[in-house]
Design a protein around this ligand. Structure first.
Ligand code: UD1
Ligand code: CA
Length: 481
């Protein structure tokens, strides 16, 4: 439990069911690791729990369990369900985890229903506690309940959940469905888990049977109707997964529209849920803004710009830019066709033009790197000008070295700066130079041969060629006679 979440009890905990395969997805990844807006569905579920203040989590893995372990990297406890015998059987695998938390309540979630949210989790727990329930089922009322378990209500709460395949014709008419999310009193859950049997249409251990078993013990069961219309949505095939992506995408874009962000065409626009965008920023088509990216107000991003964990200031222009783990300060103008590789820091009002790659470098204020240049592992000062086609030669095949360029330096066209090397403030390098030694402040460095003029050389050469071709032509004519 985190500070401020006084609503939760110290033993309150979560079990996330993540054992399923998702055969129709046609992949060897467990279904819960398939992405919605670039993040696995399981991560969406974990985040909802964390947002609700829950930190004691147990994830039931099954199909390709090692991939779940690899993804989680030890963040949360996992337990293996070696055969998929149903949702009840999946929860049984977590019994040792639950035994330690008998005094609390257990939230059960499906790892493949990514849109569960913290308000639903805490709203359902509030009802659960207020009514003293042994189980509180999160439900939603939907137009097409096909495939879902139906919630049967009575005057006292609910009397059970009937799976679609086990429904009577009347029960099939019920539109209130089980979202697959529940709060259980942990001790009560433990008391009935062992009593579930697979006597049903699918021959599975249904977790939903717990409801009737608890009622039989004289305990209380109720339902919390979630206001989140997407709470129960999952995906069984690729088209379904695409629908989840569309829903998440539009929800996020609508939030930015409300904040005053401008879009004129949403084609190809994907914005991750943690991205922050200032008001009056303009996002053009083909932009993917992902991870912890931030964009300041009045910036113009796109078209076709990818920003991953990149922080962009105000009034910045990024046109056809691909940037990862980088920082761009206010008023910088970048693009078209620029890559900022990790750990690049472009300072205020710098200009980076076409076919430039920056990597692990700082580019100072008002510095211009306008065309066809590679700047790697470099510290570039303010007001520097790079001519066309410059290269920092930062790698000798084994080690990488840094290049340092002082303020107001002028790097001539087609300069190679063989690092480690330092160019002083206000120094010049002559076009075409390969600089291997440090250049003092204010100096000009030239490393190239002088131009040698050979008068008439080309004319003589041309005359010889013409002579040769004339001879060939003559021979051809004679052989045809
Ligand atoms: C379940 C509910 C149904 C509800 C629906 C909501 C049961 C019996 N039925 O049905 O009432 O409307 O969810 O989506 O619980 N899982 C395992 N191991 C297993 C079986 C499932 O880990 O042996 C996991 C799956 O990976 C998935 C979750 O449990 O994350 C739900 O399983 P699924 O097979 O989709 O349940 P439904 O039949 O849809
Ligand atoms: Ca399902």
């Amino acid at each position: 439990m985190r500070k401020g979440d006084c609503f939760l009890n110290i033993n309150d905990n979560v079990v996330i069911l993540a054992g399923g395969q998702g055969k129709r997805m046609k992949t060897d990844k467990p279904k819960v690791l398939l992405n919605v807006l670039g993040e696995p569905m399981l991560e969406w579920v974990i985040r909802a729990c964390e947002d609700a203040g829950l930190s004691q989590m147990c994830i039931v893995k099954g199909y390709k369990a090692e991939k779940i372990d690899e993804y989680l990297g030890g963040r949360y406890q996992t337990v293996l369900q070696s055969e998929r015998l149903g949702t009840g059987h999946a929860v049984m695998q977590a019994i040792p985890f639950l035994e330690e938390k008998r005094g609390g309540n257990t939230l059960i979630l499906c790892g493949d229903a990514p849109f569960i949210d913290k308000d639903t989790i805490s709203g359902a727990l509030a009802l659960h506690k207020e009514k003293g329930c042994a189980v509180t089922v999160v439900t939603s009322v939907i137009d097409d309940p096909t495939g879902y378990g139906r919630v049967v209500r009575n005057d006292n709460g609910i009397s059970g959940i009937v799976e679609h395949k086990d429904c009577t014709p009347q029960q099939l008419e019920i539109r209130e469905i089980n979202s697959g999310c529940y709060w259980f009193d942990t001790a009560a859950l433990l008391s009935v888990l062992g009593e579930i049997t697979p006597n049903n249409a699918q021959g599975e251990y249904y977790l939903t049977d717990c409801v009737e078993l608890l009622l039989k013990k004289g305990l209380r069961a109720d339902a919390f109707v979630s206001q989140n219309p997407n709470v129960s949505l999952g995906a069984n095939d690729r088209a379904g997964l695409l629908r989840l992506n569309d829903i998440a995408r539009m929800e996020i874009i609508n939030r930015h529209l409300d904040n005053g962000v401008e879009f004129d065409c949403l084609d190809g626009v994907i914005i991750g849920r943690d991205v922050e965008i200032g008001g009056a920023a303009y996002i053009k088509s083909g932009c993917r803004l992902l991870g912890k990216t931030k964009v300041g107000s009045d910036s113009v991003i796109g078209p076709n710009t990818v920003l991953i964990n990149t922080s962009v200031g105000e009034s910045v222009t990024l046109n056809n830019v691909y940037a990862t783990d980088s920082v761009v300060e206010n008023g910088a103008e970048i693009g078209p066709w620029v890559q900022l590789r990790p750990n690049s820091h472009v300072k205020a009002h710098a200009k980076i033009g076409d076919f430039v790659e920056i990597k692990n470098s700082t580019i100072g204020e008002r510095t211009a790197v306008a065309h066809l240049t590679y700047v790697g592992d470099s510290d570039v000062g303010n007001n520097v000008n790079f001519g066309c086609g410059c290269v920092t030669v930062n790698f000798d095949g084994e080690n990488k070295f840094r290049t340092k360029i002082g303020d107001n330096a002028f790097i001539g066209c087609n300069t190679n700066l063989v690092s480690p090397v330092s160019i002083g403030d206000c120094a010049y390098t002559a076009a075409g130079s390969t600089i291997t030694g440090d250049v003092p402040a204010g100096a000009l460095a030239i490393e190239r041969g002088h131009t040698v003029i050979k008068d008439g050389y080309a004319f003589k050469k041309l005359a010889k060629r013409n002579e040769k071709f004339a001879k060939l032509e003559k021979e051809q004519k004679e052989s045809k006679k």
